[in-house]
Design a protein around this ligand. Structure first.
Ligand code: PLP
Length: 293
């Protein structure tokens, strides 16, 4: 099916939405992006996504002419233009077209595009039965290399981990940081439940500060469930009562097996279920409207 893609100021059919082979986003992964969801005509936490995009840009010294309002409007317009109510949106800004050298000063101006489509990250059976996860040997980038807090176009670190997880026949791969502490999964944040307390690694441990992660932390506070951002070892994951992953694309999914260890009851745990339900309700009632209703 053809989509209307926002590309550098206008909408074009997907077949005509083309980026130059000299774009440094393609040549070097030099750019940033956001993955955003709309539910029933409302964009979930759009402001937070755009703020993270702006921070990613600032961190990689990528200057662009669009204000936060412009970027929010581009997302909303792209969803509207495609007549979608439930959508997965990809907003991408690259360093732009340059020569074959990596020096970003050779790129005249940044390029921007926005796609509104659908996504199904894991098959429905995995949402029902939980994910089987393995720890990969690929360490999350160190903060003084490509900081994992930057949502950049360079995802090779995560892709290498995903390849290992695929090879092991697992649904997801866990990534540790340089100290051997749990950072996150290849495209999701990790949570564990220990004796009624919900824990997730702080961003400083090598995790992206996920928008879904923050929504789950908000839900815990709302429900008065004890919650903590603390360093987590693999041992603590193995002996956790419950474990789950969060992400815009994945939403919230239980992890029922890690490295051959069954977690808790081997099914979606009670707190995970409660947070899962709470998240489903939250996304239906919060967000920036796409349509005038
Ligand atoms: C590496 C990584 N971690 C975590 C997440 C989850 O973040 P969010 O909930 O903002 O989608 C993502 C999602 O893009 C990701 O790529």
């Amino acid at each position: 099916m053809s989509h209307e893609i926002y590309l550098n100021g206008s909408f074009v059919p997907s077949e005509e939405a083309k980026i130059s082979v000299f774009d440094h986003g393609l040549l070097y992964g030099d750019g940033i992006f956001e993955g955003i969801r709309a539910y029933n005509g409302f964009v979930f936490r759009l402001h937070e996504h755009i703020q993270r995009l702006i921070q990613s840009a600032q961190s990689i010294a990528l200057a662009f002419p669009w204000s936060a309002d412009d970027l929010e409007e581009i997302v909303v317009q792209t969803i509207r233009r495609n007549g979608l109510r439930d959508a997965y949106v990809r907003l991408v800004i690259t360093r732009g077209i340059g020569d074959l050298g990596l020096d970003p000063r050779n790129c005249a101006e940044p390029e921007i595009f926005c796609i509104a489509d659908q996504i199904q990250l894991y098959p429905p059976a995995m949402y029902e039965n939980g994910l089987r996860v393995v720890t990969t040997g690929v360490r999350r980038n160190a903060a003084d290399a490509l900081n994992p807090r930057v949502k950049s176009l360079n995802y090779l670190n995560n892709i290498l981990a995903k390849i290992q997880a695929n090879d092991a026949g697992a649904g997801e791969g866990l990534m540790l940081n340089e100290q051997g502490l749990v950072a996150e999964a290849t495209g999701d944040n990790l949570f564990i439940v220990q004796k009624g307390r919900v824990c997730t690694p702080p961003a400083s441990m090598g995790a992206l500060e996920g928008i879904t992660r923050n929504a789950v932390l908000d839900l815990c506070r709302l429900y008065e469930i004890p919650v903590a951002e603390v360093p987590i070892t693999l041992h603590e994951v193995y002996v956790a009562d419950e474990c789950f992953l969060t992400g815009t694309a994945a939403e919230l999914i239980a992890v029922t097996q890690i490295d051959g260890r069954v977690i808790g009851s081997g099914k979606e745990g009670l707190l995970t279920h409660r947070l899962h339900e709470g998240f489903r309700q939250l996304v239906q009632k919060e967000g920036r409207p796409v349509y005038d209703e």
